[in-house]
Design a protein. Sequence first.
Lengths: 113, 113
Amino acid sequence: MTPAANLDLMFQALADPSRRTMVDRLSRGPASVSQLAEPLAMSLPAVVQHLQMLEAAGLVKTEKIGRVRSCTLDTSAMSQAERWINYRRTQWERRLDRLGDFLEQTKDEDALE
Amino acid sequence: MTPAANLDLMFQALADPSRRTMVDRLSRGPASVSQLAEPLAMSLPAVVQHLQMLEAAGLVKTEKIGRVRSCTLDTSAMSQAERWINYRRTQWERRLDRLGDFLEQTKDEDALE
DNA sequence: CAGATACTTAAGCAATTACTTAAGTGATGG
DNA sequence: CCATCACTTAAGTAATTGCTTAAGTATCTG
């Protein structure tokens, strides 16, 4: 999968409050599908569909042991999304700094005239 | 607007490659609607619709001067999304560290027996 | 081995998204 | 002033999303 497609799926996955609740739960440790479903006001199939989107995005890994599916967070995918945002944000802030320097310098030149 | 609703809109906004292209462009400095549209293979109204989603998410501010709409990035919104991911990721990593410590300690206790 | 548990599969439906084209509006430049 | 430019508004459409219910399929448990 291309990195861009991954970002599509990752941000899409994080755009839903139920899925963020699931990620939040998993950040405190592994959980079964039923445990992920517990705080959510929806049917189990709906939860599984959300879970599949999180898996497709690479945010969650799951493994079925007996009749229970155990889910864990994959933080490497999360840091990819984090980095995308961080890069654009810092890029913008660096530009502002340079602009500030320029204005500062221009002011000094004005003062010398 | 609630913070959760903001996160919905922000992640939703970032989930589209055209909108990320627009954010990327704006991270290098302000741009007009036409300038944002230039690299995108779609009609201008489509670009404006994307822009409206970025605005609704708080990621972009715009101001119309004469007949040109000038768009700039709002990085405070971006850092909110960044922090949401970062918190869950570090939470998970801290948990892994504690688990590592526990296993290490258990191993030592085994050795003492 | 019967019944409960933990999902899983399938089908359907209403709302939203990502476009499109067509027809505006309101600066600006010659 | 009249055409051009930079959007803007409106309306329509196909695909996707976020659910639902109903009916499975494997585990376990007593």
